[in-house]
Design a protein around this ligand. Structure first.
Ligand SMILES: [Zn+2]
Length: 81
């Protein structure tokens, strides 16, 4: 894990965000500042890849929206298998 990703996970634990499932493994993440970002996941070769529409995410950096949406994605994937 990169330091960038570790920081993102820590930040996602501190900040209260709401996540809404949009379908097709897409999630709407709403921050306390009322910013909305869409996180999309796909699985390739058994690994999960996520993309976020925020500034960091569009540069390919790990952002704190991803780990939050990943928790919900994991729950939904577990339920549907
Ligand atoms: Zn993001």
């Amino acid at each position: 894990m990169t330091q960038n990703l570790i920081n993102a996970i820590e930040k996602s634990k501190r900040i209260k965000m709401s996540v809404r499932y949009l379908g097709e493994r897409q999630y709407l993440v709403i921050t306390p500042q009322n910013h909305n970002y869409v996180v999309r996941f796909e699985t390739q070769d058994g690994l999960r890849y996520g993309r976020c529409t925020c500034k960091a995410g569009s540069k390919g950096l790990a952002c704190y929206h991803l780990p939050k949406a990943a928790l919900v994605d994991t729950a939904i994937q577990t339920m549907s298998h």
